[in-house]
Ligand binder design. Structure first.
Ligand code: CP
Length: 317
């Protein structure tokens, strides 16, 4: 685990390890406060003034729908002007400029860099090489971490109650960065149990398990776990990181009309999205489905995160 210099903690969102339970609960409550303010047009006008003197760049070197658009819209809500690079064939990287030089260049123009990158480590290199007051957000670092997805997932679970919960992660846990980041956030909660449900080849790596203090279980028996848990967190196959030379019956790790009622009546179903066939569209109308709420929550949690990183948490309600 790479430790982040504590002097820069508030100007960086790099990994899940940096957040204490106190930070997390503060962000959850701040998100609720912001949503309340945003419920009126006067409130929305006020939010737009909060960071209207700031500029941000979205530098995304992997595909994205939700993270990119929710950050872009979070910036719009706060009055932050945004620029973007998603296709480096249109930037001077095509002429041989290094990524580090490109990012040092952005830092001359903007106050906030939001970056998604295929490497697990590059976010740490950027953090080390830019001034302490440059705000930097990890919007996905390879197959390692996706801390802002974890923040919105944590907020979504918090809305339904965090205490004494049994939470199952299902799917490609080997390369699923959202699972890795969320497991580390949930590790801050007492009386929680985590289940990692996957065939052996897709099980979560030991680097995460070694950091867990909460009770956890590894299993490949989704049907058994389904009836026990309060939260099911489904994930897709992350085959952008390569194939696996083993035939897996993915039906055993999916939710559809024929098995959904194995879940408790008050369980919730989460998914960071995008999905493939691990959740059938036919279950979308089930009251336990909360992944569309997650999508909406993501934008508001990111508003809260940005406000917090700029130290503007004292809002007028
Ligand atoms: N959940 C998530 O990161 O979605 P995108 O890849 O669409 O941003």
């Amino acid at each position: 685990m790479i430790i982040i210099n504590t002097n820069i903690l508030n100007s960086r969102c790099i990994n899940s390890q940096q957040y204490s339970l106190e930070n997390l609960l503060h962000l959850c409550k701040l998100t609720d406060t912001i949503r309340n303010i945003a419920s009126t047009s006067e409130g929305l006008k006020y939010l737009k003034t909060i960071l209207s003197d700031k500029r941000a760049i979205l530098y995304f070197k992997q595909p994205s729908t939700r993270t990119f658009l929710s950050f872009q819209n979070a910036c719009h809500i706060l009055g932050i002007s945004c620029s973007e690079i998603r296709d480096t064939s249109t930037s001077s990287e095509i002429k041989g400029e290094s990524e580090l030089d490109a990012i040092k260049t952005f830092s001359q123009y903007v106050d906030l860099i939001i970056m998604r990158h295929p490497s697990s480590d590059f976010i740490y290199e950027i953090s080390e090489n830019l001034p302490d007051d440059m705000r930097i957000i990890n919007a996905g670092s390879g197959s390692d971490q996706h801390p802002t997805q974890a923040l919105l997932d944590f907020y979504t679970i918090w809305k339904y109650g965090l205490e004494n919960k049994k939470i199952a992660f299902v799917g490609d846990l080997l390369r699923g960065r959202t699972v890795r980041s969320l497991a580390l956030l949930l590790n801050k909660i007492n009386n929680i149990k985590l289940y990692f449900v996957a065939p052996k080849v897709f099980q979560i790596k030991s680097d995460i398990l070694k950091q867990l203090n909460v009770e956890y279980e590894l299993t490949d028996d989704f049907e058994k776990v389904m009836s026990e848990v309060d939260v099911v967190y489904m994930t897709r196959l992350q085959d952008e990181y390569g194939g696996i030379n083993e035939i897996i019956d993915t039906n055993k790790y999916s939710i559809n009309n024929s098995n959904i009622n194995t879940l408790k009546d008050d369980a919730i179903i989460l998914h960071p999205l995008p999905r493939r066939d691990e959740i059938s569209i036919e279950v979308d109308k089930d009251k336990r489905v909360k992944y569309w709420e997650q999508v909406e929550n993501g934008m508001w949690v990111r508003v809260a995160l940005i406000i917090n990183m700029f130290g503007k948490d004292k809002l007028y309600e």
